[in-house]
Design a protein around this ligand. Structure first.
Ligand code: OGA
Ligand code: MN
Length: 221
């Protein structure tokens, strides 16, 4: 009789969450491949493609009253996920498990998660920016999940992560199909280099609750 070890079953969410938590603790970011089932990745890609023509809007900078579309900063088009399709509901269910898994391991107090599909047309970029400024935002952890079948180095569109201060990149990440990147929103300036093919992703943020009696945190949509 053979006794199954956890690894003989292949990676489980528990193993994945351990790996992400450890990496966040040690370096503040994690880059992983194949953490979502291939069938879910395929159905997210199909969902994005189905919505892309009709539902995507130019992405802006800032929230609510500060919202501006600035074509010098970013050129992607986006559509918020609200769990309306089976694929997006499954993705949100997985991020909910991740939220609980990271709270349990790192005591981050993550409260919710918001995310959007993003499409970068050929030549599009997103200039170096931070997703959150210290003490001014409820975004704590940024995630990007890539939906680009057979992406090649020559296709560009890399995500470049920088240290908090300094212009030498920490990581240059190809946006390959099924890859997930997670990083601390306040600590890593980052940019998206121009893509030579249309580039697709789901960008998301785990948030802490900074609502008070006088100010309710708005979602971004
Ligand atoms: C963002 C972002 C990175 C990427 O949407 O804020 O930085 O690789 N995206 O798409
Ligand atoms: Mn960003």
């Amino acid at each position: 009789m053979q006794i199954a070890t956890p690894y003989s079953r292949g990676p489980t969410d528990g193993d994945t969450f351990d790996q992400i938590a450890q990496s966040l603790e040690q370096v503040g970011y994690a880059v992983l491949s194949g953490v979502l089932p291939a069938s879910l990745t395929d159905s997210l890609f199909a969902d994005l493609k189905a919505l892309e023509q009709a539902e995507f809007k130019p992405a802006g900078v800032g929230r609510q009253d500060d919202f501006q579309v600035n074509r010098f900063v970013r050129l992607d088009k986006i559509c918020w996920l609200r769990g309306e399709s089976q694929a997006s509901a499954e993705f949100l269910a997985w991020t909910e498990k991740l939220r609980e898994g990271l709270n349990r391991r790192l005591f981050l107090g993550l409260f919710d998660y918001e995310c959007h599909y993003a499409s970068y047309p050929v030549g599009a970029f997103y200039k170096k920016h931070l997703d959150a400024f210290k003490g001014q935002s409820n975004r704590v952890l940024s995630t990007v999940f890539y939906l680009n079948p057979s992406w090649q180095p020559a296709d560009g569109g890399e995500l470049v992560l920088y240290p908090e201060s300094g212009s030498e990149p920490l990581e240059v990440i190809l946006p390959e199909y099924g890859k997930l990147v997670i990083f601390l929103s306040e600590e890593f300036p980052h940019e998206v280099l121009p893509a030579h093919r249309p580039r697709h992703s789901i960008a998301g943020w785990f948030r802490i609750n900074t609502s008070s009696a006088v100010r309710v945190d708005p979602p971004s949509y």
